[in-house]
Design a protein. Structure first.
Lengths: 239, 403
């Protein structure tokens, strides 16, 4: 693949392998996982519990480096096995948005502050960050709950605030780990459609780990994992 | 956005209670320092305010503030004759304990050299100085005696004519100022039966002595009051206080008096040093060690509190790391909370101390240098005690945000 084509990819992983322990206690959590996600593409990652989905997501999210393999983001080599090529925390802050199964908001901050902090950490002034955060919350339909703490929000509202935080810095990639698990099917579908909208509008690559087969039509591509191996189901076709 | 204040506001009740607890602990540390200063001030108050340049005491003793000192009363006249001396006064000082209103009343009795010294140098809160040689007293308010009240000491009754504040001995007993004659009367008061027994004993000793056998007429004198007998020694005083003339060399005067074989001479600062090195030194060390222990305990408790506060938000810290917060943000969160805890705790300690310390039986003196020193120590232990929390926070993996 040439340089220009690489740059069109939001994410590319090459032979990611993660081994925990050694000797008799060695566990291969992920083996030779390869994935390409184009900008604006929304990818579903399916698989039973313990299949290695979360391990893959944390490796791509630069949280839990692989034992071997490479992670490229926007054509740039970021992780070569466990060797970081950039400051991972700084890179995460600028390029990666996370959404989790639980909303994972900071409990002592209000909804708007949870979004604002992510923008401020990226160097924006407090005033600009607050304005941007309010706009994101408005866009996601929770603008009227901006001053409420997470404990005062419903599960769906919390998840939308979490999505707003993930989008806060206009990231290159968004990684979501079962983001709809705590939502009803209607809200769950709304969130999935939101990811698709964000990916298409902002050109971000989105990987969503999910068990929810009802909303698979929202995704451009589907990958599956089983026993640490990644593959594309034969019925999955990019849109 | 200041995460520390956001977290504090979120857990305001718990943080406030914790801070009050730390404040109370710091108040004890502050109070121990104040008690030490109070002991020093009380102990040296008399030496500092009595206005003597030199102290003439019993030979080879360190003076009345360090040990028992006895000098003849006429020494005051000998000293007065030394060139360069503008005034010499007797110093009589002892402690008595009497029952008053069914309570023990301890009083340090200080004799004033009437008529040279009527107590004009004493700062009065009410009443006046002494106006007669006998039966008047200036009392410290800690004795619970008001102007006009009377108190019986020995065979005489004394009327309080003036009151003072914070004039107490190194043992924290309020000082009662009377004339030297009255102070000696109180000190050497003996019951009538004891006087009669002493006279009988004197007579018996005379009968068996060679002088008594050869000159029986002398035995008649043995039954007389002791002050009528020239061979009976006069009551002694503790020391003589010397005021040197303006322009005279204090050291020169001291050297002249020190040449006498029966006395030693010290400057006021030397007497002050004897007092501090003697009576107060062990108290100072005891309080100092106790204060160090309390400071260490405060630091340990603060460290545990901050560690617990950090553990409580460990998930949030992992989340902050996950979204890319640099270590300085997380470090700032913990250290700022530690400083708020320390600074507010210090403020609470000061405010509560201001209300509580005056109720203590002994003076608790908070000096600005001591407060600044403690403030710096509190800042130091705030930062030091946050290290455990920082260590924990730095070792948290962003992975923990996912669990």
């Amino acid at each position: 693949m040439n340089q220009a084509a690489d740059a069109e990819l939001a994410i590319e992983t090459k032979s990611l392998t993660k081994i925990y322990g050694s000797g008799n206690t060695e566990v291969v959590a992920m083996r030779d996982a390869c994935m390409k996600v184009a900008r604006g593409e929304v990818v579903a990652l399916l698989g039973p519990s313990g299949s290695g989905k979360s391990t893959f997501l944390t490796a791509v999210g630069l949280i839990n480096p692989p034992t071997s393999g490479q992670v490229f983001i926007r054509g740039q080599l970021i992780l070569d096995a466990d060797q970081a090529q950039v400051n991972l925390r700084s890179f995460r802050r600028q390029h990666i948005g996370f959404v989790f199964q639980k909303s994972n908001l900071i409990p002592f901050l209000s909804a708007i502050e949870n979004v604002q902090i992510a923008i401020e950490l990226n160097g924006q002034s407090s005033r600009v960050a607050r304005q941007s955060a309010q706009k994101l919350l408005d866009d996601l339909g929770v603008g009227d709950r901006a001053d409420n703490r997470p404990s005062m929000l419903s599960g769906g509202q919390q998840q939308r605030v979490a999505v707003a935080r993930a989008l806060a810095n206009n990231p290159s990639i968004i990684l979501a780990d079962e983001p709809t698990a705590a939502l009803d099917s209607h809200r769950g579908r709304q969130v999935m459609e939101l990811f698709a909208q964000v990916a298409h509008e902002h050109g971000a690559g989105v990987i969503v780990v999910t068990h929810d087969h009802r909303a698979l039509d929202v995704f451009d591509t589907t990958y599956e994992m089983e026993d640490g191996r990644m593959f594309q189901p034969t019925h999955s076709q990019p849109n | 956005m200041n995460l520390a204040t956001k977290d504090i506001r979120h857990n305001l009740g718990r943080f406030a209670l914790t801070t009050v607890g730390v404040g109370m602990l710091l108040m004890i540390v502050m109070g121990m320092g104040g008690i030490y200063r109070g002991i020093i001030a009380d102990a040296t108050l008399l030496i500092d305010s009595v206005g003597a340049d030199l102290w003439v005491v019993q030979r080879d003793t360190r003076g009345p503030f360090a040990e028992l000192s006895r000098v003849p009363q006429n020494l005051v006249h000998r000293v007065y004759a030394v060139p360069g001396v503008t005034a010499s006064r007797e110093f009589v000082y002892h402690t008595v304990q009497r029952q008053r209103d069914e309570k023990a009343l301890r009083m340090a009795v200080l004799g004033l050299s009437w008529p040279t010294d009527k107590g004009e140098w004493i700062q009065l809160t009410a009443g006046r100085s002494l106006k007669q040689n006998h039966f008047e007293m200036i009392a410290d308010k800690s004795l619970g005696l008001a102007v006009g009240e009377q108190i019986k000491l020995g065979k005489e009754t004394y009327t309080v004519v003036g009151t003072t504040s914070n004039m107490i001995s190194s043992g924290a007993d309020g000082i009662g100022f009377v004339t030297v004659a009255d102070a000696q009367a109180i000190q050497f008061d003996v019951p009538g039966e004891a006087v009669r027994l002493e006279r009988a004993s004197r007579y018996a000793r005379g009968e068996s002595s060679e002088v008594g056998i050869k000159q029986p007429a002398l035995l008649e004198n043995a039954s007389k009051p002791s002050f009528e007998l020239p061979t009976t020694p006069r009551a002694q005083i503790s020391a003589v206080m010397v005021t040197v003339s303006p322009g005279a060399d204090v050291n020169e005067v001291a050297r002249a008096i020190a040449g006498w074989g029966d006395v030693s001479v010290y400057t006021s600062s030397e007497e002050r040093e004897f007092l501090l090195k003697g009576n107060v030194e062990k108290v100072r060390r005891q309080i100092g060690l106790f204060r160090v222990l309390l400071t260490v305990i405060a630091a340990i408790i603060m460290a545990l509190i901050l560690y617990t506060l950090t553990l409580d938000k460990i998930h949030s810290i992992a989340l902050l790391k996950l979204i890319g917060a640099p270590n300085t943000v997380i470090l700032g969160l913990i250290v700022q909370q530690a400083l708020v805890l320390g600074v507010v705790g210090f403020g609470i300690a000061f405010l509560i101390g201001q209300k509580i310390f005056p109720m203590f039986p002994r003076r608790v003196i908070l000096t600005n240098p001591d407060l600044i020193q403690l403030g710096v120590i509190v800042l130091g232990i705030s930062v030091a005690s946050s290290l455990l929390g920082i260590w924990k926070a730095m070792h948290v993996s962003p992975n923990e945000a996912l669990s």
